[in-house]
Design a protein around this ligand. Structure first.
Ligand SMILES: C[S@@+](CC[C@H](N)C(=O)[O-])C[C@H]1O[C@@H](n2cnc3c(N)ncnc32)[C@H](O)[C@@H]1O
Length: 265
């Protein structure tokens, strides 16, 4: 933990709307890929760990029904948003490391963009396995921060040019975010038949301002960095980011890649 830099997980204690406008835009594509990779089908009971405002839980509910979905997140505003979105699902405030469910409760436990934020990732994945029945699936994905997650990689490149001290917060060294690292973690946590892979997602922006505005709330490590800058610092970062993305006041799209792991309990 670097002095003066917020704990990464605490940077999600923000309004759900800011999250939706930040990386929530990529959520539908990613959720569809993660649910397919885990083989989620009607009749299953599904847990979404680190649900945020509930994109994955909602996509799971569209397959298995809301009553068959449970979701947890430590962030109070996100739990409130996910509960409002899915009133018949079992949504609770909790962390992966201490899941408030009995052994073998679910057919699949999923974590979308969460494992790298867990205090104890191996314990979190082992907990996901504990609450999943034997033969059930545990699946997770983490952004390819250093590579094809264009928004976040380019943000930190620009932030570091604008202020070299930003390198200390650069998410490209996030734990378990390199190719194959999530699969290795799954094996260490005791899962069987582990396979890795990649998921892709894309998002649309109305303009460069549409991309920058959610950062003002301090959402995620990038938002926390941006929100702490003075007006000159923000202007330097924005100018660098805009040039690197090659975008302006017109609509544009960005692509992203996340590394995937799926294992059997
Ligand atoms: C990048 S967001 C992903 C949210 C959601 N899964 C999605 O795909 O939109 C990371 C989430 O992990 C949650 N989180 C952080 N630490 C956690 C932990 N130890 N256990 C479970 N969730 C955690 C945060 O509160 C936040 O909602």
């Amino acid at each position: 933990m670097i002095k003066g830099v917020p704990e990464p997980s605490s940077t999600f204690n923000v309004a759900a709307d800011a999250y939706e406008r930040y990386v929530g835009r990529y959520g539908a594509d990613l959720s569809a890929g993660l649910l397919a990779a885990a083989g989620v089908q009607p009749g299953m009971r599904v847990l979404d760990v680190g649900c945020g405002p509930g994109a994955l839980a909602a996509a799971a509910a569209a397959i298995v029904g809301e009553e068959a979905v449970a979701a947890v997140d430590p962030s109070e505003p996100f739990v409130a948003a996910a509960s409002a979105r899915l009133p018949r699902a079992d949504v609770r405030q909790a962390s992966a490391e201490e899941l408030p469910f009995a052994d073998d409760t679910f057919d699949a436990a999923l974590a979308q963009l969460v494992v790298n934020f867990m205090r104890e990732p191996e314990a979190g994945v082992a907990e996901m396995a504990r609450v999943t029945r034997p033969g059930g699936k545990v699946a997770a994905c983490v952004w390819d921060y250093a590579g094809e997650m264009t928004l976040i990689r380019t943000f930190w490149e620009a932030a570091t040019v604008a202020d070299p001290a930003a390198a200390k917060q650069d998410e490209s060294s996030m734990p378990h975010s390199g190719e194959g690292e999530l699969a290795t973690l799954f094996e260490r946590a005791g899962l069987r038949d582990v396979r890795g892979g990649a998921l892709t997602a894309s998002a649309s922006y109305a303009s460069f301002r549409d991309l920058v505005e959610p950062l003002e709330s301090g959402v995620g490590p990038a938002g926390a960095h941006y929100a702490a800058l003075d007006p000159d610092g923000r202007a330097r970062l924005e100018s660098e980011l805009r040039a690197r993305l090659g975008v302006g006041d017109e609509p544009f799209g960005l692509d992203a890649r996340a590394w995937l792991a799926v294992g059997t309990v």
